[in-house]
Design a protein around this ligand. Structure first.
Ligand code: C2O
Ligand code: CU
Ligand code: CU
Length: 502
């Protein structure tokens, strides 16, 4: 019995217990046990995944998304469609794309410029694009209620009005966001401004976007999504892709690189570190640059969060390699999801940087002062509210015990006001909490785990098991927006709510 099979059967019974606990009082648990038995048998006969024998890590060169730079184009066109593409070698698999191929393009635009994009839905079901982290009017935000029918077109038109940073876009139809992002409908959205330009951070070939996503493949090398009911707790894969390239490598020079990292996974939190490099510098979070750079050895990044970091390969010789990996950690979950795949805090390799050239240029210094972040004070807030994250009867993930209703207003907020939201996690699993239409600051959290990202502007914050996180937020855009857990299966499931700013 190989190690994978052993782990599989060992952890299996624990998962069954958790699930049947959630399904108390129904026959479902029995059915579930039977199903899982079958799954277990199947897995023992033939491991589902081809990673062990067929995916040779670090043999694929990292793909870099093509850019749509609004300095040169006036308007972009996206068409959500089924496509065939190769994620590993020549083997093609069914995916979803905006322009026919993966990775999805990176949008690059300057603060103050007009964004214009015509979006056509060529999928079979309604969908909508959301600009994650962008402060845009309600009609442009991509609320699930605004999903457009198949073969319909939506014109996105807005002026970018916020500081520089690394944002992203993805589709957001209620109940199908997880599947659509999984198959490809997500990309990066970079905003630039003069303040950031003046800092002279590494750019051009020294600035790399990295979208990290764990995935599952079947024996033939096709992407597969949900397989068992446990997957409603979050789909975890055993094959890590960066920019739609399976376990890639990237040739680099022995100098500083700016990495804009997005966790675009379904459920997995990563604790990122570089094997062979002690520390690196955090310069930015979801909402752009920090005030000052922070030196870190590793960093947690939950689904939907972005980190902007500087890594320096200067001590490496040509021919050496540096592996970007996620360290094993236990703090975020004792939840077992699908036991056939590495669990929530598993240790995994992600990609390798191969030093292939000496740098000829002098490496740039990272300024001590990066930006100004006006701090909101508790006394600015006129109201406090509590949002609880919990799983209710039937194993349904919710906010404040209410399954999501697209048209129900859950929180009414006064336009222009500042509030404190206390996000309370009553589950034994970490959840990334996200809000549309705002950026917020983290005031405090009850656990002692260090989150250097709490020092910057945020739109998504990881709330650890049984933890409370207090955030402060100013509401400046009127309209109906959502707040939700960004584990994609949780938001699809029901862990979402509406707030109305008026
Ligand atoms: Cu990434 Cu509702 O958003
Ligand atoms: Cu969002
Ligand atoms: Cu969740």
């Amino acid at each position: 019995m190989n190690r994978r099979k052993f782990l599989y059967s060992f952890s299996f019974s624990a998962a069954a217990v958790i699930m049947s606990g959630c399904e108390k009082g129904s026959d479902k648990s029995v059915e579930l046990d039977k199903k899982s038995d079958e799954t277990q048998k199947a897995a023992q006969e033939a491991p589902k995944n081809i990673a062990d024998n067929k995916f040779e890590p670090f043999t694929q060169e990292l793909k870099i998304p093509k850019e749509i730079d609004f300095e040169h184009v006036a308007k972009a066109k996206f068409n959500a469609q089924k496509s065939l593409t190769a994620l590993y070698k020549e083997k093609k698999t069914d995916v979803l794309t905006f322009q026919g191929d993966l990775p999805s393009p990176t949008i690059r635009i300057k603060n103050g410029d007009d964004f214009e994009l015509d979006f056509t839905n060529s999928l079979e079901k309604p969908t909508i694009i959301h600009w994650h982290g962008l402060l845009v009017p309600e009609t442009m935000d991509g609320h699930p209620k605004d999903a457009i029918a198949t073969q319909m077109m939506k014109e996105y038109r807005y002026k970018v009005n916020q500081r520089a940073g690394t944002f992203w876009y993805h589709t957001h139809p209620h109940g199908r966001t997880g599947e659509e992002i999984y198959y490809g409908l997500a990309g990066l959205y970079i905003i630039e401004d003069d303040n950031e330009k003046a800092l002279n951070l590494p750019s051009g070939e020294f600035e790399l976007p990295l979208i990290i996503q764990d995935r599952r493949f079947d024996k033939e090398g096709n992407l597969i999504y949900k397989e068992t009911p446990q997957d409603n707790n979050g789909v975890l894969g055993d094959v890590v892709m960066v920019n739609s390239t399976v376990h890639p490598y990237k040739n680099v020079k022995n100098t500083k690189y700016r990495l804009r990292i997005l966790n675009g996974s379904s459920a997995r939190t990563y604790k990122l570190a570089f094997e062979g490099i002690e520390d690196f510098i955090l310069i930015g979070t979801d909402g752009g640059l920090l005030e000052e750079p922070i030196i870190v050895k590793d960093i947690l990044i939950a689904v939907a969060e972005r980190i902007d970091i500087i890594v320096d390969f200067k001590d490496k010789k040509v021919g050496e390699g540096v592996t970007l990996k996620t360290l094993g950690f236990k703090e975020a979950s004792n939840f077992v999801t699908n036991p056939a795949y590495p669990n929530f805090g598993a240790k995994m390799d992600i990609m390798k940087f191969k030093i292939t050239e000496l740098s000829t240029k002098n490496s740039v210094d990272i300024p001590k002062k990066l930006s100004v972040i006006p701090r909101m004070k508790e006394s600015d807030a006129s109201k406090s509210r509590t949002i609880t994250m919990e799983i209710i009867e039937g194993g349904v993930w919710t906010l404040n015990k209410k399954p999501y209703d697209m048209y129900r207003v859950d929180e009414r907020v006064k336009l222009g006001s500042t509030e404190i939201w206390e996000i309370k996690n009553s589950a034994h699993m970490a959840h990334p909490f996200h809000m549309h239409g705002v950026h917020f600051q983290v005031l405090e959290r009850t656990s002692s785990i260090d989150f250097p990202t709490d020092k910057g502007w945020k739109d998504t914050v990881l709330v650890m098991p049984l933890e409370s996180v207090r955030i402060i937020v100013k509401f400046t855009i009127p309209g109906l927006f959502v707040h939700h857990c960004h584990i994609l299966e949780h938001e699809d499931h029901s862990m979402m709510a509406n707030f109305l700013v008026e």
